[in-house]
Design a protein around this ligand. Structure first.
Ligand SMILES: Nc1nc2c(ncn2[C@@H]2O[C@H](COP(=O)(O)OP(=O)(O)OP(=O)(O)O)[C@@H](O)[C@H]2O)c(=O)[nH]1
Ligand SMILES: [Mg+2]
Length: 381
């Protein structure tokens, strides 16, 4: 068996090299997007792909002649965010100690439901900052002579808490021309699946004219998944590689109602991410960027995704894999912190049904998922 790794500017170039050297029977073992460093320097070269292929010949030493090792980025480029993280962790721990030691404020004591809610919020892991802010709101509303029944008071104060996070319906944006939405995020969070769900709902339930654009041309087969959905549902799909091609595709689809743009998953820690996003979308008008995050992702990594993609002025956050997560507290905390709006919740793998517009009632249900049975039991008792 002959095994060889090729580094090329794009998948087409890599495949041509594989075919030329290993023959048409060669099998692709792996393909990855790479930004290697120029040997002997700390300067990244332009993005490319690294493809490892095998052919059924005897291995020869010269099979590795063209092999170019990939040098990881210098660790220094990530230090600032590590420091920031440490500081944040310290602050979080301090606030937690403070709230834990303080317990609920004494003025909350006459309101048993609210006191329980306070404990539930602390237990659920809601950031102390948010709880403090919620306490302020509750206090103001109580001192304004709010004479609600105990249950109403709890409902009201829970709603006040939920409203710390804005919920938006992207369809209500007033736009001239089509809605143009991009879907950004880390790898595997569910961008393409969410686009397929939205596209089919928009075309067959809302009866709007939908167009699809895929920018996922870096990985081999990157567009296949969306192409399959487009074929099944009869929706137009075009691919674009550069900002110029994207602009041209948008121009050609201008008579449609909504254009959904799929992007390849990106690592939010990648130091080239900001520049790449600005280069690709920076000057294109009318685009609304939606960040897709998975509810199963740890809160620190959600924070990094918000930081990494926020260079584009994000219109909303779409939370996926809600069905696979115990709760969505991590996302809620970060939405509050970043003042980012929430639009859709994806609740499973089924296309198109497992996608819903977020609302406050649903949000509070998801926030207290693990404690819900406990809370219901208490309420019944
Ligand atoms: N349980 C569950 N699975 C989901 C959900 N959304 C997507 N998935 C699954 O997650 C996996 C990855 O989904 P993709 O849509 O390919 O993710 P992506 O962000 O486009 O991935 P890349 O393009 O590789 O970055 C697939 O198996 C999907 O079926 C969801 O809401 N719940
Ligand atoms: Mg995808």
């Amino acid at each position: 068996m002959k095994l060889k790794t090729y580094v090329a500017r794009d998948p087409q170039e890599a495949l041509a090299q594989v075919k030329k050297e290993l023959g048409p029977e060669a099998v692709i073992l792996s393909a990855q997007s790479r930004r290697p460093l120029t040997p002997g320097t700390n300067f990244p070269r332009r993005r490319g792909v690294e493809v490892t292929a095998a052919a059924d010949h005897t291995v020869t030493l010269d099979a590795f002649a063209g092999f170019q090792p990939w040098h990881p980025e210098p660790i220094n480029s990530r230090l600032p965010s590590f420091h920031l993280k440490e500081e944040l962790e310290e602050m979080k721990a301090l606030l937690k100690q403070w709230l834990g030691a303080q317990g609920p404020p004494s003025w909350l004591a006459p309101y048993q439901d609210l006191t329980r809610l306070f404990h539930d919020l602390v237990k659920a892991g809601i950031h102390n900052q948010i709880i403090c802010r919620w306490l302020e709101t509750v206090r103001t509303s109580l001192s304004n002579g709010n004479r609600q029944s105990s249950q109403n008071l709890k409902e009201l104060s829970l709603r006040q808490l939920m409203q710390e996070v804005e919920i938006v319906d992207p369809w209500k944006d007033s736009v001239r021309g089509p809605h143009i939405w991009t879907f950004l995020g880390s790898t595997g969070v569910g961008k393409t699946t969410t686009i397929a769900k939205l596209a089919i709902q928009a075309a067959f339930v809302k009866k709007t004219r939908v167009g699809l654009i895929s920018l996922d041309n870096v990985r081999l087969g990157g567009q296949d998944q969306l192409a399959a959905y487009a074929r099944i549902s009869g929706l137009p799909l075009v691919t674009a590689q550069t900002r110029e091609e994207l602009a041209e595709s948008l121009h050609n689809m201008f008579n449609l109602d909504v254009i959904l743009i799929d992007t390849p998953g990106r690592n939010p820690f990648d130091s080239g991410l900001h520049l790449d996003l600005r280069q690709l979308f920076g000057e294109l008008k009318g685009l609304k960027h939606h960040l897709v995050v998975s509810a199963t992702t740890a809160e620190d990594n959600i924070a990094e995704a918000f930081h990494g993609f926020n260079v584009l002025n994000l219109a909303s956050c779409i939370v996926t894999k809600v069905d696979e997560s115990r709760d969505i507290v991590g996302v809620f905390n970060q939405l509050y912190k970043r003042r980012m709006a929430l639009s859709y919740l994806a609740t499973g793998q089924k296309v198109p049904e497992d996608l819903e517009l977020a609302d406050y009632r649903r949000l509070s249900g998801l926030l207290f998922k693990p404690h819900q049975s406990q809370m219901l039991q208490r309420e019944a008792g």
